[in-house]
Design a protein around this ligand. Sequence first.
Ligand code: XLS
Ligand code: NI
Ligand code: NI
Length: 451
Amino acid sequence: MSVLTHEEKINVTVGDQEYFKGIGRINYEGPETDNPLAFRWYNPEKVVAGKTMKDWLRFACAYWHSFNGNGADPFGLPTHHFAWEDKKDVLERAKAKADAAFEFITKLGIPFYCFHDVDVIDFTDDPAENEKRLAAIAEYLKEKQKASGVQLLWGTANLFSHPKYMNGAATNPDFLVVAHAAVQVKAALDATVALNGQNYVFWGGREGYMSLLNTNMKREKEHLAMFLRKAAEYGRSIGFKGKFFIEPKPCEPSKHQYDYDCETVIGFLRQYDLLDDFSLNIEVNHATLAGHSFTHELQVAADAGLLGSIDANRGDYQNGWDTDQFPNNINEITEAMLIIMEHGGFQGGGINFDAKRRRNSTDPEDLFYAHIGGMDVFARALIIADNILQHSEYKELRKKRYASFDSGAGADFEKGNLSLTDLRNYALSMGQPKPISGKQEYLENLINRFI
Ligand code: XLS
Ligand code: NI
Ligand code: NI
C-alpha cells in the first residue's frame, strides 16, 4: 500500500500552505486493512464500557517532539527539517509552525495538544519580550483551536533549557533565578488560561541536584513547595479551574530529581499540603528509569486518587535513558489500561504522546506512522482490557486472594478491633496456614488469551 493511493481521501481544510502533502485524513479502517495510513483499532466514536474511545483515551500531541524536535542528538546535527524554519519574522515563523501543527493534529483526528512556552514561539534573553511573544502566539493558537476543535490538554513552561537554570529553577540557590522561573510560569499560566487549557504541568528536570556537596536539599525542597503554592494561587486568581500536575522523573538531566517517582511526589504534596491543587502526570519511560514498571506507578497514583494524566512513550530494554519512543508493547499497555479502566479513566488528563520518531525516521509520513501506532496500541488495549474486566475471572481472583479479610477475625483486624495478643491467640487456635497459590502464570496467560 503506498502513501499516494491514500491521497484520494484527502478532505482536510488547511491554510494557504499544506505542510504534510499527499497525506489526507487518517481514518479508521479496521484490523484487516493493510493501509499503513489508517487506524486499525482507534475508532473515536466506538463505545467501550459506556464511553467513546475518544473520551477514554483523550489523546494529545506533544508540540515539542513533533514540531520542534529536529533529530539532533549529543553526537549529531539535526536530521529533521521543517518548511516553516525559513520564515524570517519570529511571529510569522511561529504561526507557520502552528499551521503545520494543527494540520497534522487535525489530519490524525487527535483531540488535544500540549506545549511548553518555548515550543510555540522562539524565546529571547529578555523576559518581558518573551511575555509579549507568548501572548501574541496564544492569540493565534486560540483561532486555530476554534477553527479545528482541537483543545489544549495542558500547558507548561520550559524551566530547564536556558543556561540560567543550570543550577535549578524553583530550587536554584540564587533567588533571582527563582524569580525568573516565576516570570515564565506566570506567562505560561496566562497562556494556558487564555487557551482554555484543561491542566497545567510541572516537570522539574533541573529541580534536583548534581552534587550534595554544594546542595542544601531541605531548603531547596521547601523553595519548590513554596513556588508551587504561589503558582497555584496565581492560577486560581486568574480563573484556572483545572489540575496542576507534577510529572515524576528520577534523574536526567539532574543526577537526582526531587520528583523521583509517584510515591515520592505524593509524600511531598502531602507534607506541604498541596494535594487540593496537584495531581500526577505519569510517564512510562520515567517509571522505568525509576526502577518501576509503568503499571506500578499507575497503581500508586490510582490508589491515592491522583491518576491525573499520562505521558505515553516507551524506553529501551538496553539503553538507560529517556529514549521517548512511541508506545508499541500491547502487553504493557493492556496491563496499564486495566488499571486506568478500573479507576474510571483519567482525572482531568489524557494520553499525551511525549514521544519522538527516531533520528533516522526522516520522511514526513514517519510522524504519522508513529502516532497511528501509538493510538492504535492504546485503542486495542482499551478493547482488550474491557474484555478482561467484563468476561474473565481477573478481578474475582484478586478479590478472592484477600477473602480472609472480608469477614470474621480478618475483618475485625481491618477495623482495628484486634490487639497483637488477639492476633496471637487467633493464630494459635487456627494452626498452620495452608499454602495458597498466587497464580501468576495463570493470570499472565489470561492476559495473553484476551490479546
Ligand atoms: C522530560 C519530560 C518533559 C515533560 C514536559 O523528560 O518528559 O517532556 O513532559 O516538560
Ligand atoms: Ni513527559
Ligand atoms: Ni520524559
